[in-house]
Design a protein around this ligand. Sequence first.
Ligand SMILES: [Zn+2]
Length: 479
Amino acid sequence: MELRLYDTLTREKRPFMPLDPNRVRMYVCGPTVYDFAHIGNARPAIVFDVLFRLLRHLYGAEHVSYVRNITDVDDKINARAAEEYPNLPLNEAIRVVTEKTERQYHEDVDALGCLRPTIEPRATEHISEMKALIERLVAAGHAYVAEDHVLFSVPSMQDYGRLAKRSLEEMKVGARVEVAPYKRDPMDFVLWKPSKPGEPAWPSPAGIAAPGRPGWHIECSAMSWKHLGETFDIHGGGIDLVFPHHENEIAQSRCALHTPVMANYWMHNGFLQVEGEKMSKSLGNFITIRELLGTSKFGGQRWPGEVIRLAMLTTHYRQPIDWTARRLIESVVALSSFGHYVKGHKPQSKDLYPGFLAALLDDLNIPAAISELHELLRQIRPGAGRVVDAEHERRVDMLANSLALLGLTEFYTTVEQAELERKVSSSEMKQRIDDLIDARNLARKVKNFKEADRIRDELAAMGVVLKDSKDGTTWEIAR
Ligand SMILES: [Zn+2]
C-alpha cells in the first residue's frame, strides 16, 4: 500500500515519493499573530496535523520535519499594537501583541489535539535569509528597485501562474484596480518596502539607503529554504492561499534558487463557512477557537477540543466545510461510542485497522477512514454469540490505535459526556435521526432497499444503531 496525494500544481493524485525517506519535509503556512485564531484557521492546523501523524507512522517520527511559520511582521500586527497599547513605543507594543497571540494560538491548537510542528520559525528571525533571496532575485534580473521598494518582476518568469492555473491576462483583470505607480507591470509584487517612522525596520537590501521591512510572501520562501532546503516534499495551506501567496512563493524560490519546482506536492484544504454562510465579523458569525472551547456562544454549548477536532475531520479536507452545531453534536455521539471501548484501553499491539489505513493512504480520505472505524465498532459491539476473546481484544487495539493516529486519544470526561448526551437526546439531533428513520421506512415500503441500506449506513456513521421490530424502528447511541 502506498500513500497517494492530490497535488494542486499538477491537478492529479500521485503516489507520494519523498525526496529522501530519511527526511520527509513538509511546510505549512502558519498564523499571522495579532488576534485569536478563528475556526477557519483551525482547519489547516488539524488537517496537516493528521498528515504529519500519518507521515510519522509511515516513515518514523524522527524522519519527518514539519515546519509551520509564525508571521510576526505585518500591517495588521502594527495596527493592533498601536490600538491596544497606545502608550508603549510601537516596537515594544508589537512584541507584546505577537508574544501574547502566539501563546494563545499554541494553547488553542494544543487543545484541539495538534502536535507541535518540528520547527516554528518566526519571520523576524529570518530577515537575513529574506534579504539574501532578494539580492539573488535582483542579480538574476527577476526583481528591481523602485522608490525604495524591491519588486518581483512577474513578466520575467516564463510560467508564472501555473499553480493558480490562470493566464497573465486573467490575473491582471483580477488584480487591484489601483496599481502603485512605481510598478513596471501591474502584476509585480512587493518583496521589500520602506518602513514608516516608528514601524519595525531593518537595513534594506539591493543598495536601498532607507530602512525597510519585507513583504509577506518572501518570508515563506526564506523560512522553507532555511529549514527544508531548496526543494522539499509537501507545501500546504488553505485554498485561499493558492493565489497570490503560494504562486508568489513559487516565483521567488524558483527564480532565486534556479530550481524547477519549490515543493513536489502542493496541498490545500477547502473553505470553511458557518451554518451555510461565509464567516465574517460583520455577519456576527465569526467564531474563534477560544470561544468554541470555552464559552457558550455556538450551539449554546462549550465544546471539548476532541469534539471540535472530529467535527472538522468528518468532511474531506479538499471539500468546503459547513460548520454547524449539528456537526458537533454528531461528533459527540461518535466519540461516545468510540470512547466506551477505547477510553483507558492500553493497546498490546501497534496494529491499525487495515480499511482505516487504506482510506488515509488514498489522499487522506479521513471521512472514509472514520466510516471504517464505525464498521470496526460494529464488529466489536457485543452481539449474539459474540465473546470477549483474543480477537475482540485485537479489534479494540486496532480501534484505539487508529483513533490515536487521528489524534483522538483523550476523549472527554464522564461529566462532559453526560451533559453533552443529554443535549443530544433532546435536541435537533433527535429530530434529524427521526427524519432519517422516516425516510428509511418509506424507502423500505417502496422496496428501495438500496436507499434504505444507505440511510442505515448514514445513521451508523453517526454512531446510531437501529433496532427493527414489528412495532417499528427504535434507535440508540451505539455502545
Ligand atoms: Zn506562506
